[in-house]
Design a protein around this ligand. Structure first.
Ligand code: IPE
Ligand code: IPE
Ligand code: MG
Length: 234
C-alpha cells in the first residue's frame, strides 16, 4: 500500500455558526457557543491523529462590522475559553494567536499571552487561533517589519525574497499551508491566509461549523490525499 499523503498544516474557516442557530430558532450567539466547543473537539482529534499544525479563523478584521452585542459575546467567549486553556496544555497542544491584538481588551490580551506562555513547551500539534486577523492586514504587517529592517540598514532591498517574507508574518514558524477547509457553504476566502494559501489545496463543504465533525475532517484529509499537487510543474 502506498503511503498516504498527510497535510502538515490545515487551515479552517469556522463559518456557519449564525445559520446553525437560526435553523434552530436560537440567537446567533448560541451558535457561537457550540462553534467554540467544536473548535476544541476538532483540535483534540487532529492532535490525536498527528496533524502538525492547524490555523482556525475565529474573528476577522471585518467582523467588527457586526452588531455590538454579537461582537461582545464573541469576545467574552474567547476570554471564557482562554481561562480554561489549561486543557490544551494537558493535551500537549501548543496554543498561539495570530492577528492584531492591539484592538482587543487588555484582559483578553493578558489571557492570550498567558495561554501562549503556558503551552509554549507543548510538543504536540500547534494550534493558531486567528483573532482580529485579516490576510491583507498580515501582508502589511510583514511589509512593515521588512521596511523597518531596510531603514535601519540591517538588510538591503535585494535581500528581500519570499523566504524572508514568510519569516516576517504571523505564521513564521509554521509548516507551509497544505489544506484550506471552509465549511459553511460559502465559496470564498474572506481575507484568510492570503499569502500562505498560494498553493494550498482548497476544500469547501456545506456542513455548518458547529456540525463539522471528526468524520468531516477525515473526509477533507482523504480528498487532499487524492489531489495531484503540481506547484506549477508538470
Ligand atoms: C462564523 O460564523 C463565526 C464568526 C465569523 C465569528 P458566522 O457568525 O459567520 O455564521 P454565519 O455565516 O452567519 O452563519
Ligand atoms: C469568515 O466568516 C470569518 C470567520 C469565520 C472568523 P465570515 O462570515 O465573516 O465571512 P463572510 O462575511 O461570509 O465572507
Ligand atoms: Mg459567516
Amino acid at each position: 500500500m502506498s503511503e498516504k499523503i498527510f497535510p502538515r498544516h490545515i487551515a479552517v474557516v469556522m463559518d456557519g455558526n449564525g445559520r446553525w442557530a437560526k435553523k434552530r430558532l436560537m440567537p446567533r450567539t448560541a451558535g457561537h457557543k457550540v462553534g467554540a466547543s467544536n473548535f476544541k473537539t476538532i483540535c483534540q482529534y487532529a492532535n490525536s491523529i498527528g496533524i502538525e499544525c492547524m490555523t482556525f479563523y475565529a474573528f476577522s478584521t471585518e467582523n467588527w462590522k457586526r452588531p455590538k452585542e454579537e461582537v461582545d459575546t464573541l469576545m467574552s467567549l474567547f476570554a471564557e475559553y482562554l481561562r480554561d486553556s489549561v486543557n490544551f496544555k494537558s493535551e500537549n497542544i501548543k496554543l498561539c494567536f495570530i492577528g492584531d491584538r492591539s484592538a482587543l481588551s487588555e484582559e483578553l490580551q493578558d489571557l492570550m499571552a498567558k495561554a501562549e506562555k503556558e503551552s509554549a513547551d507543548c510538543t504536540g500539534m500547534r494550534v493558531n487561533l486567528a483573532i482580529n486577523y485579516g490576510g491583507r492586514d498580515e501582508i502589511l504587517y510583514g511589509v512593515k517589519n521588512i521596511c523597518k529592517k531596510v531603514s535601519a540598514g540591517e538588510i538591503t532591498l535585494d535581500q528581500i525574497d519570499a523566504e524572508m517574507f514568510d519569516k516576517s508574518i504571523y505564521t513564521a514558524d509554521c509548516p507551509p499551508l497544505d489544506l484550506f477547509i471552509r465549511p459553511g457553504g460559502e465559496y470564498r476566502i474572506s481575507n484568510y491566509l492570503l499569502w500562505q494559501s498560494a498553493y494550498a489545496e482548497l476544500y469547501f463543504c456545506d456542513t455548518l461549523w458547529p456540525d463539522f465533525s471528526k468524520k468531516d475532517l477525515d473526509k477533507a484529509i482523504e480528498v487532499f490525499a487524492g489531489r495531484n499537487r503540481r506547484f506549477g510543474g508538470v
